[in-house]
Structure formats: C-alpha cells, structure tokens
Write a protein that binds this ligand. Structure first.
Ligand code: ADP
Ligand code: MG
Length: 248
C-alpha cells in the first residue's frame, strides 16, 4: 500500500554530512498495525515525515498504491495530508485557545472553503462529536487542552487525526510523554481503531513494551530497516475486508 524505496535523507552539519536514512526500503501493508522501533536519533521521525509527505527525500521514492507521492505539487500534497493521512505526535500539537471539539474539527476547517464548510459543518460536528465519544472524552468536549491530562490530550489528537477518515495513521512516539498506564491505554485505543475503523497504522516508538499489541515490528539501525519480526511467521492476512467506512 505505502512503500519506501531506497529512501535517503541527509543533513549537513558544519560541513559534515549526516546520513539519517541510507537507502531504506519498507512496505506498509493495507490494514496492518506496524511498529517501527529504533534508538533515539536513528531516523524514525524522519522516516515518518517522509512517508507522510511532511518532508521530501534526497533520493529514493515513496509510493501510495503504486503512485509516487514524494514529489507531488503543493495542492495535491496538501490534499493527501488532509484526507489520506492522519498524524499523531508525541506532544499532541493541540491549539491551546480552542476547545477539545474545535481542535478535533480543525482538519475540516482547513480542508474546506468557507462556503463548503458552512454547508457541511453540521455533519462535521456530528462526526467530531462521535469521535470524541469514541475516544472516551464526551465529558470534556468543551474543555481547553490545558485542562486535560496528557492521555486525554493524546486521545483528542487521535480523534482529530481520524476526522477526515484517513486511510493511514502515522503516529510518532504517541506514548512518549505519557506514564505506562496512559500509554498502554493509547495503544489499546489505536489497536481498536485499526480493527474497527479499518485504518492502517504506522507507529514509531523506542518503547519496546508497547509494540507487543501490534501486528508487525521492524527495527531501524544506521538508516535502514534491519529486522522484521514477522519473518518466518505465517503470511500476513488483512484482518478485515476492504473497503473502509464511507467518508462524511
Ligand atoms: P528519531 O526520531 O529516531 O529519534 P530523527 O529522525 O528525529 O530520529 O533524527 C535522526 C537524526 O537526524 C538525528 O541525528 C538528528 O539529530 C538528525 N536530524 C533530524 N532533523 C534534523 C534537521 N532538521 N537538521 C539536522 N539534523 C537533523
Ligand atoms: Mg523522533
């Protein structure tokens, strides 16, 4: 579904070239919950940004359903970021002045013209309210981010990531700022979303405790994927039939 081929990313620091990704190959399979593990600094965030078109590779390519997405022009890339991918970050990136509900609605504000937003806002509000219920935060819907716990902020970010009915969730250390209990609750929620909403998930983490719940684990070392714990196991099967839920 989503593939990285020969992906390279270099940074120059004081005339020294740091090779963060060095010919990395990866295949993300439709419907799976994949974890990518690796030490801090091993390039996990860089890889996730390239997979989600938040950054461009120096060489190699990223393909979605066989078509290149790493070199799309601005407008097509923006649509992909808004509709196809959902992003979840370690530090939530919620807007502090907005209520929980308005934070969840943000991708719909961004993805519509003023007119089409006014025409469809009641549907979006319903969907956002349903998602807030799904992540267990109906009782906090008018609260601001600062009034929420870390786990609640991350659940808000997950609802926001799901609003546009994305095909792929990209989660960068989603439990990195949470205690063990809140972290395992987040992974349990992602597992449920993967199964029930039929969303493919790529989760990056350096926490080996949380990857047990996922379908497959790959490891990054020296800018390449070096290990695939699914090797030797039975062939992977999609956990559910396609297609996904209808969009709003
Ligand atoms: P991880 O997420 O696995 O901790 P990153 O992808 O964030 O790793 O970073 C990999 C390496 O690339 C690190 O050595 C980091 O310092 C370097 N790096 C990341 N972003 C930049 C940047 N914008 N400029 C220079 N170096 C960077
Ligand atoms: Mg990182």
């Amino acid at each position: 579904m989503l593939t990285a081929k020969n992906l390279c990313k270099f940074y120059r620091r004081h005339a020294v070239e740091v090779r963060v990704l060095n010919g990395l190959n990866l295949e993300v399979r439709t419907g799976e919950f994949l974890s990518i593990v690796g030490a801090s600094g091993s390039g996990k965030s860089t890889l996730l940004h390239l997979l989600g078109t938040l950054d461009a590779p120096d060489a190699g390519e990223v393909r979605l359903d066989g078509a290149r997405i790493d070199n799309l022009p601005g407008r097509a890339r923006d649509a992909l970021r808004n509709r196809t991918f959902g992003y979840i970050f370690q530090f939530y990136h919620l807007l502090p002045e907005l209520s929980l509900l308005d934070n969840v609605l943000m991708p719909a504000y961004i993805g519509h013209s003023v007119l089409s937003w006014w025409q469809t806002r009641a549907q979006w509000r319903r969907r956002a309210t349903d998602l807030v219920a799904k992540v267990g935060l109906s009782h906090r819907i008018k609260h601001r981010p600062r009034e929420l716990s870390g786990g609640e902020m991350q659940r808000t970010a997950i609802a926001r990531a799901l609003l546009m009915n994305p095909r792929i969730l990209l989660a960068d250390e989603p439990t990195g700022n949470l205690d063990a209990a809140a972290g395992s609750e987040i992974v349990r929620l992602l597992r449920e979303i993967n199964r029930e909403e039929r969303v493919t998930i790529v989760m990056v983490t350096h926490n080996l405790d949380i990857v047990a719940a996922t379908d497959r684990v790959v490891r990054m070392v020296n800018g390449v994927v070096t290990e695939d714990t699914s090797a030797g196991e039975k062939p992977w099967q999609p956990p559910f039939p396609q297609p996904r839920l209808a969009a709003v």
